[in-house]
Write a protein that binds this ligand. Structure first.
Ligand SMILES: *Cc1c(COP(=O)(O)O)cnc(C)c1O
Length: 511
C-alpha cells in the first residue's frame, strides 16, 4: 500500500491516535509522525508540516547548552523529530568527518559583532548543516515506515541547496535526486559544483526562468504526481530536500544553540541573557530555525531578517502585506533572489495560534492574486520577534569592502547583506544585546563579486578568480572548491519551466 493512500485513510483515525503524530499541515488537520513528515516533504494539501506543540513541550535548554556539538544535535533533533530510533547514531554518521571545524559552526568575533560561520561543510555553504543530516533521516524513516519504493528527492535550488543535496544523496541506496536550478541564475562556482556531480542516481537540470519558477514548478510536480494512483507501479515516492521539509529545518536549529553556548563559554553572556541574530534570508528557512530555537526556550531576542534588493520580506515586516507583484532582481547574492519565501507559511501558522484556515486562505490568495495582508494582531505578534532590513547591490559591496578594510575579515555577498542589516539594526533598534550575524557561504563561492567589491578587477574564469582572491586577501580557498577545477561536466540539460513535470516523468525510471 502506498504511503500516501495509507495517510488518506488514516489522517483522522489511526494517525490521530498515534501519540507520535505531532505534525500537522499548516493548511488543514492532516497529521503525521516525524518520520512520515520527513518522507512526504510537503503535506498532501500543499501545506508545510509543523509541530504546534513545539513551544509547549518541555525542553532542557540549560542541559542542552552544556553538550558538545554532536550531543547537542542529538538532543535537539530527538526533541523536534521524536520517534526516530538511534538519533545519536544518525547524527554521528551525518556529521563525522564532513566538517573542517570540530565546532561544526565556529563563532568568530569581528569588530563589535560575532559571525557564526556555517560554511565549513563539504560544499562551502550553510545548506550542508541540514543536508548532511537529511539523507540519514530519510534512510531511517524509510526503514521505520517499511517503504519499499525508491525515494526520489526533487529539489529547486537558488544555488547552494542543489549541490549540498547532491553531495548528501548521491549513491545513497534507495534514493534518487533531481535538482532544478535557474539557467544563468547562479554563480559560476555554484554551477560548476552541480554540473560536475557524480553519482548513479542523480539528475541536474537548468530551467529557463528564476528560482521562483523552479520552486513553483517542483511544487506543482508534487501535487500532480502525488494524486492517488499517479505513481502506482513506478516504484517511486517523491520527497523534498528544500527547507519545506521539516527534516531540513530541524538540523538548522542546532547552530543557534551552538552560538549561544559559545557566548556563554566566553563569559560574554550569562544564561538567560538575550542574544539577537541577523540572518541573510531567501526562503525564510534559516531564520525560521532561529524562531524554533526561541520557541524551544533559547533566550533569543530579535531575529533580524536581512534581504537583498528582492526586499519582499522587508516590506512585509514593515506593513504586514506580502506582495510578490514586483520586479525580480538578479543580484550578487543569488541564493537570496527569491520572491516567494515558502517557510514564512510556518511562521504565519505558529504566530496565528495555529489558524490553518486563515493560512490556507492567505496562501491561495498569494498563489492566485500575488499578495495577502495579515491582521494587525498577528502582525504585532510577529514584530515582537522579527524585524526586517534590506540592502541593495552597492550596500552589499560596501559591506564587504568596509569589513575587510576595518577588520581583515573576508565575507561573502550573502553575509555582507546581513552585516549591512546588522549595522542598521544597531543604529535604529538594538537594545545592546550581543549580535550574532549568520555567515552562510564561503566568499570563494562568489569570487567575481567579492573581488569587485574590494576594488579588484576579476580576471579569467571562476578558478582564476578564486586564486586571485586568495592572493589579494591572503585567505585560503576551501579544498572542496579548488578541487572542482578540471572536473568533467556531466550534466547539460536545459529546459523551459513548462517542461519540469515532463522532465521528472522521463527521469524517474532512470534514477
Ligand atoms: C540558501 C541561502 C540563503 C538563504 O537561506 P534561506 O533559508 O533560504 O532563507 C542565504 N545565503 C546563502 C549563501 C544560501 O545558500
Amino acid at each position: 500500500m502506498s504511503l500516501f493512500s495509507k495517510f488518506k485513510r488514516s489522517a483522522s483515525a489511526e494517525s490521530a491516535a498515534d501519540p507520535n503524530a505531532i505534525f500537522q499541515s499548516t493548511r488543514g488537520d492532516f497529521k503525521a509522525t516525524a518520520a512520515q513528515a520527513v518522507l512526504l516533504g510537503l503535506a498532501p494539501d500543499g501545506g508545510l508540516f509543523v509541530d504546534p506543540t513545539i513551544a509547549s513541550r518541555p525542553f532542557d535548554v540549560q542541559g542542552c547548552l552544556k553538550l558538545e556539538p554532536l550531543g547537542m544535535a542529538e538532543k535537539i533533533l530527538s526533541h523536534m523529530l521524536p520517534g526516530f530510533p538511534d538519533m545519536g547514531g544518525l547524527v554521528h554518521r551525518g556529521y563525522e568527518g564532513k566538517f573542517s571545524s570540530p565546532e561544526l559552526t565556529p563563532l568568530v568575533p569581528v569588530g563589535d559583532e560575532y559571525i557564526l560561520e556555517l560554511f565549513h561543510g563539504p560544499t562551502a555553504a550553510f545548506k550542508d548543516v541540514a543536508l548532511s543530516m537529511l539523507p540519514q533521516l530519510i534512510t531511517a524513516a524509510r526503514e521505520a515506515e517499511h517503504v519499499r519504493e525508491k525515494t526520489v528527492i526533487l529539489t529547486a535550488t537558488s544555488g547552494d541547496t542543489g549541490k549540498a543535496a547532491l553531495e548528501g544523496f548521491h549513491d545513497v541506496p534507495g534514493t534518487g535526486i533531481i535538482v532544478f536550478f535557474p539557467h544563468n541564475g547562479v554563480s559560476a562556482v555554484q554551477q560548476a559544483q552541480m554540473l560536475t556531480q557524480v553519482g548513479s542516481n542523480v539528475a541536474v537540470c537548468a530551467v529557463r526562468g528564476n528560482f521562483d519558477d523552479c520552486q513553483s514548478g517542483v511544487k506543482a510536480v508534487f501535487s500532480t504526481l502525488n494524486e492517488p494512483g499517479r505513481l502506482d507501479g513506478t516504484g517511486v515516492k517523491l520527497s523534498s530536500a528544500n527547507s519545506i521539509n521539516i527534516g531540513r529545518l530541524a538540523p538548522q536549529v542546532v547552530y543557534y544553540f551552538l552560538a549561544y553556548a559559545s557566548l556563554l563559554r566566553r563569559n560574554r553572556i550569562a544564561f538567560g541573557d538575550n542574544v539577537d541574530f541577523v540572518v541573510p534570508t531567501g526562503n525564510f528557512g534559516d531564520i525560521l530555525a532561529g524562531y524554533y530555537a526561541k520557541l524551544m526556550g533559547l533566550p533569543v531576542g530579535k531575529l533580524v531578517c536581512a534581504s537583498n534588493a528582492n526586499r519582499v520580506l522587508t516590506d512585509f515586516f514593515a506593513d504586514g502585506s506580502y506582495d510578490r507583484r514586483r520586479q525580480f532582481y538578479k543580484t550578487v547574492s543569488p541564493s537570496m533572489d527569491i520572491l516567494v519565501s515558502s517557510n514564512l507559511e510556518r511562521l504565519l501558522f505558529l504566530a496565528s495560534g495555529g489558524d490553518a484556515a486563515q493560512v490556507k486562505a492567505d496562501m491561495l490568495r498569494l498563489q492566485n492574486s500575488g499578495y495577502y495582508k495579515l491582521s494587525a494582531s498577528t502582525m504585532n505578534r510577529i514584530r515582537e520577534d522579527f524585524s526586517g532590513y534590506c540592502c541593495d547591490e552597492e550596500g552589499t559591496s560596501e559591506a564587504i569592502r568596509t569589513c575587510f578594510r576595518e577588520t581583515g575579515y573576508l565575507c561573502d555577498t550573502h553575509t555582507a547583506v546581513a552585516l549591512h542589516a546588522a549595522k542598521e539594526y544597531r543604529q535604529k533598534e538594538s537594545g545592546g544585546a550581543p549580535l550574532v550575524v549568520l555567515s552562510t557561504a564561503s566568499p570563494f563561492k562568489f569570487p567575481a563579486a567579492v573581488l569587485s567589491a574590494l576594488g579588484e578587477e576579476p580576471a579569467g574564469d571562476a578558478f582564476a578568480q578564486m586564486d586571485q582572491l586568495a592572493v589579494f586577501t591572503g585567505k585560503e580557498i576551501p579544498a572542496s572548491l579548488s578541487g572542482l577545477q578540471g572536473r568533467e561536466v556531466l550534466h547539460n540539460d536545459v529546459i523551459d519551466k513548462a517542461d519540469i513535470l515532463r522532465y521528472v516523468e522521463d527521469k524517474l525510471p532512470l534514477l
